[in-house]
Design a protein around this ligand. Sequence first.
Ligand SMILES: C[S@@+](CC[C@H](N)C(=O)[O-])C[C@H]1O[C@@H](n2cnc3c(N)ncnc32)[C@H](O)[C@@H]1O
Length: 200
Amino acid sequence: MSLALVAYGRELGTRVELVGLDSNASVIETVRGVAESLGYDEASFEATAIVDYESDVPVDLLVSLHACDTATDEAIAAGVRLGAEAIVVAPCCHHELAAQIAAHDKDALLRHGLLLGRQADLVTDALRAAALEMLGYRVDVIEFVSAEHTAKNVMLRAERAPSASRAKRATAEYLELRDRWGVTPAIERLLALPLQAGGS
Ligand SMILES: C[S@@+](CC[C@H](N)C(=O)[O-])C[C@H]1O[C@@H](n2cnc3c(N)ncnc32)[C@H](O)[C@@H]1O
């Protein structure tokens, strides 16, 4: 999918400098080969966990499609850390909060693993969206393709647009939701969230 950004940039006459990351070296080798065969010298690739990626070069756009579990949180945190103007992530499997929620007492909603998992997905993505809002992004949560193509069709689309009132509202909502569900999400560990009630 990332190579499509390079192709689209060429169509527009814009050079898109792409850095593709994956912790699986064989995935990186394959994509690097595809990029070379297409003559995409704008693209480079690195076999690394997203959390370990460092760069001095400012990033305009962070894109992550179906990064597993908390790798999506790593991608969001990398976008913030690297100063991305826009962050677009389509989360994949969510496991972290499901396990934390499952450790609590269960009611009629949480007693059934399928429903607990779906509820955990919603809580995870809502906390991610609120975290981005706290840090100065405007966030839309959308479906980017029809559910016929993939059930994992939720996308968080964030654009830097600092707003003190949005950050304050997001901080209060984040704390309320996190405490209501009794969870500590990866996004909180990966980002230095301004969590004093009332926001920054
Ligand atoms: C479900 S695949 C999605 C691949 C591709 N984006 C797509 O949609 O076809 C998830 C990929 O995330 C990679 N991955 C998982 N955890 C990662 C992490 N912490 N940092 C970087 N890559 C990770 C895996 O190696 C795998 O290639």
